[in-house]
Design a protein around this ligand. Sequence first.
Ligand SMILES: Cc1cc2nc3c(=O)[nH]c(=O)nc-3n(C[C@H](O)[C@H](O)[C@H](O)COP(=O)(O)OP(=O)(O)OC[C@H]3O[C@@H](n4cnc5c(N)ncnc54)[C@H](O)[C@@H]3O)c2cc1C
Length: 455
Amino acid sequence: MDFDLFVIGGGSAGVRCARISAGHGARVGIAEERFWGGTCVNVGCVPKKLLVQAGEYGGWADDAAGFGWTIKKGPHDWRKLIAAKDREIGRLEGIYRKLLDSAGATIFDARAVLLDPHTLEVGGQRVTAERIVVATGGHPERVPIPGAELGIISDDAFYLPRMPERVAILGSGYIAVEFAGIFRALGAEVHLVYRQPLPLRGFDQDLREGLAEALGHAGIMLHPGCRPQKLEADGDRRVLTYGENQTLNADLVFFATGRRPATERLGLDRAGVRLNDKGAVSVDANLRTSQPHIYAMGDVTDRINLTPVATAEGHALADTLFGKHPRAVSLANVPSAVFSTPPIATVGLTEEQAAAHGPVDVYVTKFTPMRHTLSGRQRKSMMKLVVDQATQRVVGVHMLGEDAPEIMQGIAIAVVMGATKQDFDRTIGIHPTAGEEFVTLRTRTRVAGVARAAE
Ligand SMILES: Cc1cc2nc3c(=O)[nH]c(=O)nc-3n(C[C@H](O)[C@H](O)[C@H](O)COP(=O)(O)OP(=O)(O)OC[C@H]3O[C@@H](n4cnc5c(N)ncnc54)[C@H](O)[C@@H]3O)c2cc1C
């Protein structure tokens, strides 16, 4: 065999797995057909957060007036922002490549496909490997309506030649609400068109309601309960027909309507790797596919599609196979954030999920953050604890408000360790912060889930 391990895909999962495996002394090959670092570095988390940060400056300039400043906001230069972002992404892509190189992995800038369970074709070359990792990630997907090709997907949003003045975003998942905030903060008129009654399906109901209110306050036009029907061109403009035949004119229509695992034309069938009914590669808790020496991880397996999950899995598999340190990654209590404006962060169960298992004590607080008592901006923060009544363990923590992602990372450690409400209560707060609210929530807002427990 040419390699002990061959990794298909140089994204978050693949790069980590290849780099750590090579560091353990394995002979590793890795192929990437598009960009090193994958979605996160090039068209995902990193450039997205830079665009969110670009938008924040405009709001701060407005808010500063309440603190005595006179800041005259000039126009925003989209091309300058994108050029700066591209320079940073180029730097990061180079770092990913260099990390692999210095770890001793053999790098292929090419597409890899499986020819049989141990053979791959990579850029016209045949290679064999003892073990193989499929880490090919996913692609954005448009809902199949007539004219869908006239709209953009998230990959395109990072390379727009100019800032649109009027944008219609289809969908209400995290990518949709994040880009709604970005375009709005940079001055566009933004419409969010979605089928659900509230954005962010699957998140805690209080968060979803709080976010819908915040998006409205930010001036984003919400069109809940609406299905897109068709998209047409009118010169450079786009005409979206949605809901009960309403129409919307925009210079950009953005499909943020989901992602699909990248499993096509990979030769998975030839290698005996089975997909599940959603088209993702099926894996067990040790990331093994239906072919025991072929593993899959990250977004191609469509479980929790987040970068830190992908990198943790890549690292764990490398340690298991070559580092004499077998371990699996727990997918319980994975914290996550939505970089909406304001952001959301969450760890553990939603109130609805927790209540399905028995009675829970729910603590909720909603308040105007200190900054906005002076800025005058209409913006509330919301913080929430979900506590299992029988054990008093904090099983869910949710926040909508500035700095929520930064605050939640620390809280997630407590939740992973099994902290109880009493542990939260005996922790002294840091004053004056928003975070201290999590340790000073004394009055229970409600009890949920009693009826089911009594059944
Ligand atoms: C707009 C957006 C924002 C996001 N924001 C966040 C965030 O804030 N936080 C967060 O945690 N996650 C975020 N994510 C999700 C995150 O980017 C993914 O979970 C993560 O990148 C998954 O890593 P991966 O290695 O599984 O796949 P990817 O990063 O997609 O990497 C797969 C790689 O495989 C390559 N490839 C595919 N097929 C082949 C082949 N046959 N041969 C060679 N190469 C191949 C692809 O080119 C790609 O580079 C975001 C995603 C998007 C789209």
